[in-house]
Structures are given as structure tokens and as C-alpha cells.
Ligand binder design. Structure first.
Ligand code: 2P0
Length: 354
């Protein structure tokens, strides 16, 4: 017999991703369509990830969400777009053991409770929105028996936060900017899986876990509106770099990979500086980390470590192998000694993968 009172739940875990060719600038604000392709690496889920539980029950009276234990509003357009897109693709769900049957049409009238946790600082430039929206879309798709593949789901996650579309795959991922005005071809594709280049070790030095001053959304809007350099970047520089980066990743060419990654991070921060008023995401410590890595790479004759910085001062350092990662950690601890024991948590070391 069909039960009147029940709760059906799904829990999923999604790691964050770090762009090595950056997304910065939209051509459509509401659909979140970018002005250039981007490429990222998805981190190991044991370090920086979001865990989301989604639940449905006839006893729920409206959609609600909790982020790190605190209730947040779902009224924003980004949440509404994701919920609408997923609901419209829902299928029949049957759980015989629990005696639950949900027909496709029932999903329109059922409400959801969503609980999401980040195991890393939210909005400190560590791409929390990327893991968050990817996990939300993925767990809802599982709950509602959505038949779409990850690339199609990526186009929904993209409407929550651009970089989220890249977190639906492990390994190295490309977000294709697409041509359509409706965004149907602005999707993520996997370039290589997490096993392809598993010698790489990614280390994140948390320079500051304070919330950033300029959000990515408003920062990139101001850049597109005021920077004379950003179109040159999007049209001339990035298309060539994307081709070279794909090649470097496929052939595991670390020197080329490191050169492209560092150059692209620096150009992204250059267009931030070219914005009016200028946006500063890096601080003195970030700059000192860059100098330290550049000096080391030059002294070795070939790159050992690549650095990249997102919309915040924290350094993402990619070592060519475990041996280099150990030396890197040693150098960082020497040049940037943690101020207290608690700061030791600031060095997050992880393998990439999913
Ligand atoms: C990236 N960033 O490619 C770039 C590099 C930050 C610097 O994607 O407005 O949070 O939600 O689409 O995805 C951060 O931007 O911005 C970002 P929205 P999002 O990872």
C-alpha cells in the first residue's frame, strides 16, 4: 500500500575544481554564458568538497535549504533556475522497500529540503559555489531520477554558478563556451579522467580564509564593462591557450602545462587590475609565493611547480610529482611559517581526482 508519510533522501559529495585556464566574464548574465572556454582540474573529494543531502516528503510545505547548518533563502534566481530545470526533467520514482511511488507529474507539487556542508572556507576564493551547485544539481537529479548525462546536467549547474559546470567530472575538464543564445551548448566535457595524470599533487596554501571583498559575479561584470584588455584576452589569447593546454594535458607535458597555468593566472589578475576601479585579489603573501616558485623553477632549469590564484589571495600549487610536493611543502613552511598550530591546517595537500 502507498504510505502517506515518508521521506526519500539522496546524499552526494562533489569536489571543487581549480581553473588552469580561467573563466572571467559573461556574455549573458542570467543564463551564465562565458566569453571564453576554460579548463580546470577537479580535486580529490577528501579535501575540498561539498556534501549535500536532498530530501522529499509530502509533509514538506515549501522548498528549504540549509548551508553549513544555517537556513538560507532559495528565492534567488540561480537556485530557482536550477530547481526549475531539474524538476522539469524528473521521472517516475519507485522505492518498493519503503512503499513509495512518485509519478513524474507529482514532482511539481512536492517540496524539497536541502542540507549542504562545505569542508572548507566558504567564499574565500576556494570555489565553494562550484562544488555547491554541482552537488545540488547532481543530488537532485539522482533523487528525481533525471535521465540526463553529466554534460547535460553541467548546463543546469552552470546556471547556478558558471564554474560549477566543471565539477560534474573528475580529472581535467573543459567548459566549452558554446555559440547558442539559449546556452544549450555551453557545457562541460571531460578531457582526461583522474587516472591520466596521477603523479600531479595539488597543494593549497590558505593565505587568508577571510571572505573576499569583491564577489566573482560583480568582479567579472565590472571587468567586462570597463577593461580594455579583457576582450583581447577572451578572443586572442585564451583560444590559443586552450588548444595548447589540451595538448599539454593529453601528453602530460609538465613544462608546457606549468607555463600556461602560471601565465593564465597572471593574465586573469592583470585584467582584474585593468578593471575600473581595479580589483585586487592577491596580496603581498600571494606575490611572495609567486616569486618563490618562479625562482625555484628557474634555478632547476625546468618547471617543478605551477601556481594559480583565483578570486582571492590563496595559492593553488601544482607539483609535478610527490617528491617535488614534499620539497615544496618544506620550502613553504620555511618561508611562510604558520603563526600558530591552528595555521598548520592552512596547508591542504591533496591528490587530484574524483
Ligand atoms: C574560474 N573563477 O574559472 C574563475 C577563475 C574565479 C577566478 O569561476 O558568477 O563563482 O557564479 O558564474 O563561477 C568564479 O566565478 O562566478 C570563477 P559565477 P563563479 O574558476
Amino acid at each position: 500500500a502507498e504510505k502517506k508519510s515518508w521521506v526519500l533522501m539522496v546524499t552526494a559529495q562533489t569536489p571543487t575544481n581549480i581553473a588552469v585556464i580561467k573563466y572571467w566574464g559573461k556574455r549573458d548574465e542570467s543564463l551564465i554564458l562565458p566569453i571564453n572556454d576554460s579548463i580546470s582540474v577537479t580535486l580529490d573529494p577528501s579535501h575540498l568538497c561539498t556534501t549535500t543531502t536532498v530530501a522529499v516528503s509530502p509533509g514538506f510545505t515549501h522548498d528549504r535549504m540549509w548551508l553549513n547548518g544555517k537556513e538560507i533563502s532559495l528565492s534567488g534566481g540561480r537556485y530557482q533556475n536550477c530547481l526549475r530545470e531539474i524538476r522539469s526533467r524528473a521521472s517516475d520514482v519507485e522505492d518498493e522497500k519503503k512503499g513509495i511511488k512518485i509519478a513524474k507529474k507529482d514532482w511539481e507539487n512536492l517540496h524539497l529540503h536541502i542540507a549542504s556542508y562545505n569542508n572548507f572556507p566558504t567564499a574565500a576564493g576556494l570555489a565553494s559555489s562550484a562544488a555547491g551547485f554541482a552537488c545540488l544539481v547532481y543530488s537532485l537529479a539522482k533523487l528525481m531520477n533525471v535521465k540526463e548525462d553529466n554534460s547535460q546536467l553541467s548546463a543546469i549547474a552552470r546556471q547556478g554558478s558558471g564554474s560549477a559546470c566543471r565539477s560534474l567530472y573528475g580529472g581535467f575538464v573543459k567548459w566549452i563556451m558554446g555559440k547558442d543564445d539559449n546556452g544549450s551548448d555551453s557545457i562541460a566535457v571531460q578531457l582526461v579522467d583522474e587516472k591520466h595524470w596521477d603523479e600531479l599533487v595539488i597543494l593549497i596554501a590558505v593565505v587568508s580564509s577571510r571572505q573576499k571583498e569583491t564577489s566573482s559575479t560583480s568582479g567579472m561584470r565590472e571587468t567586462v564593462e570597463t577593461s580594455p584588455l579583457v576582450l583581447h584576452r577572451a578572443k586572442e589569447v585564451v583560444p590559443k591557450r586552450v588548444v595548447e593546454m589540451e595538448e599539454a594535458i593529453k601528453s602530460r607535458n609538465f613544462p608546457a602545462f606549468a607555463r600556461l597555468t602560471c601565465s593564465d593566472s597572471n593574465q586573469f589578475h592583470a585584467v582584474c587590475l585593468d578593471t575600473s576601479p581595479p580589483i585586487f585579489y592577491m596580496n603581498d603573501t600571494s606575490h611572495r609565493i609567486i616569486s618563490c616558485v618562479e625562482k625555484w623553477n628557474r634555478s632547476e632549469g625546468t618547471p617543478q611547480v605551477a601556481y594559480t590564484f583565483d578570486a582571492g589571495p590563496n595559492a593553488v600549487l601544482i607539483a609535478r610529482n610527490r617528491k617535488v610536493a614534499a620539497l615544496l611543502l618544506q620550502r613553504l613552511l620555511f618561508h611562510f611559517p604558520p603563526q600558530s598550530d591552528a595555521d598548520l591546517n592552512s596547508y591542504i595537500v591533496g591528490d587530484k581526482s574524483v
